[in-house]
Design a protein around this ligand. Sequence first.
Ligand code: HEC
Length: 288
Amino acid sequence: MQKMLTASALGLALTLGAGVAVAAPDWSKVQGRTITVFYPGVSPIEWITKGTDHGGAKGLSKGESCAGCHDEETADMGKKMVTGQKIEPKPIAGKAGSIPVKVQAAHDGTNLYLRFSWKQPPGGAEKMDKDNQVKLAFMLEDNKIQRAELSGCWETCHRDARTMPEAKDDKKTKYVTGADVKQGAFYDLLQWTSKGAKHDGYVADKRVMEGGKGLVEAKGEKNGDEWVVVFTRKLAGGGEGDITMAPGKTYNFGFAIHDDYTIGRFHQVSLGYSLGIDAKADITAAKQ
Ligand code: HEC
């Protein structure tokens, strides 16, 4: 009896194990990198590039990246903005200024896998998006948009976009000046929401939340106070607004978390980083 039980338990374990192995890489083998996303306040690209506003405007114009200057201080930056000490006219009481997120990447020759994990920060503010406690989005850019390798997602962030204090049109989304989808000049955008939705879109002259064929799966769950979100994306892409990824190449990468039921600009964002497929980069997706 004992033997039989053990054998069937082993059989079950093997079956489950096989299922998991096909679906995702062994994350315990992927070192990853901790990236601290932070509350950006009102810092659109127009503010970033204006020397009298932003101390880094000159350095940026000379080719220094946001991460090059700020990577290790994003928690301090977030604190300044979230408390209203700097460039935030509407501070949200109790909101976290930053969230350290572990980012892991891998691929299997067909799919790119990206895993994000972080500890739920405090919240409790008024719910702007009552359906979603959390949303996580990332953008990929194939080295076609000018300055994207320095500034990451900031190229899509403008002072007249919805929810910004200077917005005149509450439908105006994020956009990229000089974007051209046919020429490959756009940001591929993938999003997961805690309600269970997933979106595969892009940002060009406006934000589009569908049309992509790259996203296979976006799954997230909360274990205790830790969120874990995993995306599976076809390297080949294949739809409108999908970049085509290949081993040996690097891409520009940035991500954002809308924590505590927020929308629009009230998110926590990363600076821009490079993502390499079997290539040296800030984050490398190695083959498993
Ligand atoms: C050459 C270095 C440099 C670069 C490149 C740079 N910055 Fe800055 N940034 C600064 C300095 C200096 C300040 C002012 C800090 C202060 O006043 O304490 C600043 C301030 C900021 C602030 C306001 C919060 C704060 O801590 O004062 C934000 C937000 C910011 N930068 C974002 C960015 C982003 C996004 C990029 C890239 C698009 C970028 N920076 C590129 C140097 C840089």
